[in-house]
Design a binder for this molecule. Structure first.
Ligand code: ZN
Ligand code: ZN
Length: 198
């Protein structure tokens, strides 16, 4: 559970966050909760508009590992189209808050050298979400669709191309895991606990 407080709106298990409208409402709440919704950030195309008015949310079909990102100049949050159907309501909630908090951090102190630094972490805590930098959405269906196959070592699962998988299975070539230094063994499919950037 990544939700750490009961602040309003506490994570609402009934909201799907499947439509842009619901996502925008939550992101706007984040701006309000952090006291920056009425701030007028730099906008070349729409000067004079508040952060809350400028805020946009869209889905990006090319995000197959990251859950989302945030672009300050346009006050825009992009969410992963492919990952979204694989995510729980809580994972969606956390992702939207995570990205909106990047906007908050930017509004408050400009672009940070470390995007997940002090300002971002503070904003996350103000919104009642644990400031974690990675997500653990199970990407098996996407990787499977992309043609990747699974191999394992002593420490985790690796996704490899079918050609590499065939070599591993035939033992015509061996690959060593850089973390645990054990040989990869070809495996059938399901993903466990790998984590990805938001
Ligand atoms: Zn390993
Ligand atoms: Zn982030």
């Amino acid at each position: 559970m990544n939700i750490i407080s009961n602040r309003r709106p506490a994570f609402d298990r009934t909201t799907e966050y499947s439509h842009v409208g619901a996502c925008i409402t939550l992101a706007q709440w984040v701006l309000e909760e952090c006291g920056v919704s009425e701030t007028i950030p730099f906008s070349r195309s729409r000067p004079g508009r508040t952060a809350s008015e400028l805020l946009k949310v869209s889905f990006n079909e090319r995000f197959t590992s990251r859950a989302g990102d945030a672009t300050f100049g346009q006050m825009r949050i992009r969410l992963s189209g492919p990952l979204w159907p694989l995510m729980s309501k809580e994972q969606r909630y956390v992702t939207i808050v995570h990205e909106a908090c990047h906007l908050v951090a930017w509004i408050r102190s400009g672009p940070a050298k470390a995007p997940h630094g002090f300002e971002w972490r503070n904003a996350m805590i103000e919104c009642g979400v644990k400031p974690e930098r990675t997500h653990s959405v199970d990407r098996t269906p996407i990787l499977s669709e992309m043609g990747y196959l699974k191999a394992s070592c002593g420490c985790r699962h690796h996704f490899v191309t079918p050609a590499k998988h065939a070599k591993i299975a035939a033992q015509s070539r061996s690959y060593i895991c850089r973390s645990c230094h054990q040989k990869l063994v070809a495996e059938a499919y399901t993903e466990s606990s790998k984590r990805y950037r938001f």
